[in-house]
Design a protein around this ligand. Structure first.
Ligand code: NOJ
Length: 900
């Protein structure tokens, strides 16, 4: 018989206050209070301990009052990253170091002394462009480039390490009041007691970013793109939590965390990566308001040089801080990707549309929905099954009444080249009659409680144990469960969704796992909380990879994430609500993720909780079609909302948004290839493309898809006009709906109907599209490619297209890819190879070319091949300045040239 669990997670309705109170506010977080209340104590660096090796410098730091000693390491890479690591010199026990996040062996440069004084030493490396100035008393690190200060570490002496104590603990000088209140060895939040086996262990440090007054990143928060000044509000909390129907404009931690902050000013972008997986709070303080300085007339510029002060405080672990020196945004993205990995190249199908619901009832329901897409000519690639598909929330099983023939269902979908995704959560139902459970228990794969017994918490199945994905042994065991022979009813076209992996524990503190639970190696959960979901994602990735013998690209969606999750698949923004505010906030949320490496991201289209009205649903589809991961999803008791249920007008608007997405997939796929090899995010805030145009710095309702398309999704009800900022100084922007051209450096009031999706192509770019879309991404190949060439003010344009088989690793292992460049210069459009290592021969043809912004046509367009020149079919719309060349039939992997 099923145990009916009374979940504390509501399944529908407006989330009420009872769900909010369960989360801590800053003042409830004792380590944060301790660090903030601590009277400044100075550390000094002891020069005589300075040691320079091939791999950097090390030095001892000494706290003046306590004589506590820390070891400091300064390391630098050739590509402009400085790593500053601080640990206790002689800890009574080892402190936790985050593993598995950094990829590969770091290559550090030897540091040398540039000059030295009694009170400081200046280190440099490589060509000597960058310097690190180490001041001894008080200890401070200043990183500069050609004499210009970029970042100072510990400018206000906020560096503070709570040293671990042995069994004969001393009372800490950080806490004047009673111990429990300071939460040194124990603390209570609501009914939950947290016993701290290692006592107080927090670490913190401040830093100043010179000349910067715009900062970004630190996901995941439902908040503005530009980080807020937290001196008068809550700090940014990085603590992975399951927050159903989360509040907007809040710094409460959501499902995942990336401890990366990006700072930008017109001449430079820089980044800070704080590698710590324990609960972390970040305070941001601008010493002039964002935008204040730029907008003032030159003569009146404020005297205070802009500066942002950032303070990082983590509950445990060590300080391991990477300063990414840019100087461009693209370099910061690449510096970060060299540390934590590049975005996995998604299989092409996963860039199509995904249809999800909690739940599709049974096999007949799935087949009917699948057929509905075909009968309404809406392309889609993947249908999803939520928790109800299982036998009593036992993952890796099927409800035999509702899904008696899962493999047949997958084959049915696969015939149309469609996939099935099923959910697999980290909690495992306690059921001694279930072999999966017994195997996990006998193998020692569960997290323990502080007493050493297996930890129990409640989630969907009732009483559950939680897999300890931090152990590589458990990850491998879990990975094996995805093999086709083990996972009954699974086929190669089944992919996976990891949910509730913060982890969500309905009866746990803040609905998550107690911090004093114990993981493999004896580490407390507090040390690695923020990486738990990342580890499940990693185990699932290993599972799907192994299932195919390492040949096929996995697809896994995870709700929780950490730095490095980009290597493993996609993430989404969790339980949003079907209101306009949540549609709006999805844009800055996804841009923040994209800036910090998590580039395959999306938000539930339509809103998960509650029912969207048809207008909101249409606008959400239009916006979602312009976001990297595109999935419609809805909660259990919401009304059905397949796109055809709201009348022809709605169906038609949704169809057209989805079809446009499919036609644009050659461009999206090319952008994901770029993300995969160079870390440029497919969606970018405007400032990334227009770094010196300060009017773009705070824009969060518009963004760029790649460097060619500017989009401004409609996110308000009943509007007939939207205001669009056209950035840049000497740019041309072509409305993709009308081909009308607009000059940059202005705002445009664009009239819109329900069917309008404001998208502009930037002059100087070439965008590849498919001429049609069919019913799934597998059909795309039947449709030739069409190139839209948008001329800049000089009549030039450039673009690339990337192609491969769309699903395997042969692009990597056998160089089976094709990268082509298209360049338009003085009336010649040239197609050439952009990477001669690629050997993929695609059947694709370029059938048509549309040239935007052509004022006149001097001669009839011709195709040049060798000495021969063949006329091509064309149409020239003089009024709109649009030249359309058709019937070209040009093989995509070959060189050709068109002369106009
Ligand atoms: C919470 C997830 O955020 C949601 O998407 C899912 O439908 C439910 N869990 C049920 O699995």
């Amino acid at each position: 018989m099923e145990v009916n669990v009374l979940s504390t997670e509501p399944e529908s309705g407006v989330p009420g206050d009872e769900f909010k109170e369960k989360f801590k506010k800053n003042h409830d977080i004792t380590f944060y209070r301790r660090q903030r209340d601590k009277a400044v104590s100075q550390y000094f660096a002891s020069l005589e301990t300075l040691l320079l090796t091939d791999r950097g410098a090390s030095l001892e730091l000494c706290e003046r009052d306590s004589q506590n000693r820390l070891s400091l390491q300064i390391r630098a890479t050739q590509n402009g990253t400085v790593r500053v690591s601080i640990d206790e010199l002689q800890p009574v026990k080892q402190r936790y170091h985050v593993s598995d996040v950094l990829v590969g062996e770091m290559r550090y440069e030897p540091l040398r002394v540039h000059w030295k004084r009694e009170d400081c030493v200046c280190l440099t490396w490589g060509l000597g462009q960058y310097q690190v100035l180490v001041s001894f008393l008080p200890f401070k690190l200043e990183i500069s480039c050609d004499g210009e200060e970029i970042v100072t570490l510990n400018p206000e002496n906020k560096l503070y390490f709570e040293t671990l104590q042995g069994p004969t603990r001393s009372s800490s000088n950080s806490c004047q009041g009673d111990e429990n209140q300071c939460g040194l060895w124990k603390e209570t939040f609501r009914q939950f007691e947290d016993i701290k086996a290692n006592g107080p262990s927090s670490v913190g440090m401040d830093l100043s970013l010179h000349g910067f007054n715009h900062t970004y990143g630190l996901p995941e928060h439902a908040d503005t793109l530009v980080l807020k000044d937290t001196s008068v509000s809550e700090a940014y909390r990085l603590y992975n939590l399951d927050v159903f129907g989360y509040d907007i404009n809040s710094r409460l931690g959501l499902y995942g965390s990336v401890p990366v902050l990006i700072a930008h000013k017109p001449e430079r972008t820089a980044g800070v990566f704080w590698l710590n997986a324990s609960e972390t709070l970040v305070d941001v303080k601008y010493n002039s308001e964002p935008n204040e300085n730029e907008d003032e007339p030159p003569g009146k510029k404020s005297k205070i040089a802009p500066q942002t002060d950032v303070r990082w405080i983590s509950e445990s672990g060590t300080i391991d801080c990477f300063i990414l020196l840019g100087p461009t945004a693209a370099q910061v993205f690449s510096q970060y990707a060299q540390l934590t990995g590049y975005q996995a190249l998604p299989p092409l199908f996963s860039l199509g549309y995904h249809q999800c619901r909690w739940n599709y009832e049974d096999e007949a329901d799935v087949k009917a929905v699948d057929a509905g897409f075909d009968s309404h000519s809406i392309p889609y690639d993947v249908i999803w099954l939520d928790i109800e598909h299982t036998n009593g929330k036992r993952y890796f099983t099927w409800d035999s009444k509702l899904f008696p023939n899962p493999a047949e269902l997958q084959r049915h979908l696969q015939k149309k080249n469609r996939k099935l995704v099923v959910i697999s959560d980290p909690h495992i139902k306690i059921d001694p009659d279930w072999s999966f459970y017994c195997e996990a228990k006998d193998g020692g794969h569960f997290v323990k409680n502080r007493e050493g017994a297996v930890y129990e918490g409640t989630c969907w199945p009732g009483e559950s144990n939680y897999l300890d994905f931090s152990s590589s042994k458990t990850r491998s065991w879990y990975a094996r469960q995805f093999s086709l022979s083990k996972y009954e009813g699974s086929t190669e076209s089944l992919f996976v969704w990891n949910d509730m992996n913060e982890p969500s524990v309905f009866n746990g503190p803040e609905q998550t796992m107690p911090k004093d639970a114990v993981h493999f190696g004896g580490w407390e959960h507090r040390e690695l909380h923020n990486s738990y979901g990342f580890y499940q994602h990693m185990a699932t990735f290993e599972g799907l990879l192994t299932r195919s013998g390492g040949t096929e690209r996995p697809f896994i969606l995870s709700r929780s994430f950490f730095a490095g999750s980009q290597r493993l698949g996609a993430i989404w923004t969790g339980d949003n609500v079907a209101t306009w505010e949540y549609l709006k906030i999805s844009i800055p949320m996804l841009l923040s993720l994209s800036l910090t490496g998590i580039q395959f991201c999306g938000a539930d289209v339509g809103g998960f909780v509650q029912d969207p009205d048809p207008e909101l649903l249409v606008r959400w589809y239009q916006a979602g079609a312009l976001q990297p991961f595109f999935r419609g999803h809805s909660a259990k008791v919401t009304k059905r909302r397949e796109p055809w249920l709201f009348g022809v007008e709605v169906t038609s608007a949704i169809r057209s948004a989805v079809q446009d997405r499919y036609c644009l997939l050659p461009y999206w796929y090319t952008l994901f290839h770029q993300a995969h090899v160079s870390a440029l995010p497919p969606i970018r805030p405007l400032w990334v493309e227009f770094p010196s145009d300060s009017s773009t710095f705070a824009v969060e309702n518009q963004y760029m898809i790649g460097s060619a398309l500017l989009v401004c999704p409609v996110t308000d009800p009943g509007v007939t006009e939207v205001r669009v900022l056209l950035p840049g100084s000497d740019e041309l922007w072509y409305d993709t709906n009308t081909a009308e051209v607009h000059k940059s450096a202005r705002t445009l009031d664009l009239p819109v109907t329900l069917n309008t999706v404001p998208v502009f192509q930037r002059g100087g770019t070439v965008v590849p599209r498919r001429a049609g879309c069919g019913s799934s991404t597998a059909d795309l190949q039947q449709h030739p490619i069409t190139l839209t060439v948008a001329l800049d003010t000089k009549g030039n344009a450039d673009g690339v297209v990337y192609l491969d088989d769309g699903h395997s690793f042969s692009y990597r292992d056998q160089k089976q890819f094709c990268l082509r460049r298209f360049s338009m210069r003085v009336g010649r459009l040239v197609s050439s190879c952009a990477d001669d290592k690629g050997s993929f021969v695609s059947d694709d043809k370029v059938e048509s070319v549309v040239i935007l912004g052509l004022n006149s046509l001097k001669r009839k367009p011709k195709l040049k091949s060798g000495a021969a020149r063949t006329p091509v079919m064309f149409e020239f719309d003089v009024k709109r300045g649009v030249l359309t060349l058709t019937g070209l039939g040009l093989e995509i992997h070959k060189d050709w040239e068109i002369i106009i």
